[in-house]
Design a protein around this ligand. Structure first.
Ligand SMILES: [Mg+2]
Length: 274
């Protein structure tokens, strides 16, 4: 395991994953575990509706949720999608659409009020995308965002990106780039970093697992919390992939090879914390 990269500061204890979990065990009830979904807990698929968590992941999360303060899934997916996989797991909170909506422990979905007026705009944008973008583009309408995927037609990348940026400018929306996807979102200040920043105030430690560039903001939120409090343990874990893996791994303390490997890593972690 490489040493923990704590930015410009000297690495502090713990120096590797085993030590990090042992340190976490001492403060498990004061620790939050954050997970991105796609590409982290679940391998990316050509059809985003067919994505399933990797083996062992759900069982490990269920075991971890029993011993830590909270588990939170922080995803670009809507909460309703995440519910299909995590509903019924006590102690698991769902943050969808980069935090524009959330559900605590199976409770109702709460939407960021500032985003609600944008629902009709996003629906119209999804219709327009289906009408105007070339075949091979996959348009995923998510109520408060529209994701434009080109995974099965990589040659369309430039066309889709240009169209998405132009529409965002025309409608006053924002753009989030991901792995072979561009998302158009309401101009509401909410991202993974802001979600993490709010939730880690007052806790003793947090781990964040992610694979994409939007997860780097979450890493930064953990770094900021750790910089403000030397007793806080923040661990940033990248899940490797061929598209953004290098950039995300550079920003992380540890890198895991794949969602399947993360299933094994979390299973071992659950033993550490038991
Ligand atoms: Mg992801």
């Amino acid at each position: 395991m490489p040493p923990l990269n704590l930015g410009n500061s000297q690495p502090k204890v713990p120096l590797n994953a085993d030590l990090a979990w042992r340190t976490t065990a001492d403060r498990a009830t004061e620790t939050i575990l954050f997970f991105d979904f796609d590409g982290t807990l679940a391998p990316v698929a050509d059809d985003p509706t067919q994505v399933q968590p990797a083996p062992k992941v759900l069982a490990a999360i269920e075991a971890l949720a029993r011993v830590v303060r909270r588990v939170a899934i922080v995803s670009a997916r809507p909460v309703e999608f995440l519910r299909e996989h995590f509903d019924g797991l006590p102690g698991v909170d769902l943050y969808g659409l980069y935090g524009l909506e959330h559900s605590h422990s199976g409770g109702p979905t709460v939407t960021e009020p500032a985003a609600l007026p944008w629902v009709p705009t996003m629906a119209e944008l999804a219709d327009l995308a289906r009408a105007e973008l070339p075949p091979g583009t996959l348009v995923e309408y998510k109520r408060l965002s529209v994701a434009l995927h080109w995974r099965t037609a990589p040659h369309l990348a430039a066309t889709v990106e240009e169209w998405g940026h132009a529409q965002a400018e025309r409608l006053g929306l924002r753009v989030q780039v991901g792995r072979m996807v561009l998302e158009v979102k309401p101009p509401v200040d909410r991202d993974k970093g802001m979600v993490i920043d709010e939730l880690v105030q007052g806790v003793g430690g947090a781990w964040y697992f992610g694979d994409d560039v939007s997860d780097i903001k979450a890493f930064a939120a953990l770094r900021a919390r750790a910089a403000a409090d030397p007793d806080f343990l923040g661990v940033c874990v990248a899940v490797a992939n061929p598209e953004t893996g290098h950039e995300v791994a550079e920003a992380a303390d540890l890198t895991i090879d794949s969602p399947a490997a993360l299933g094994d890593f979390l299973t071992a972690a659950a033993h550490h914390l038991r």
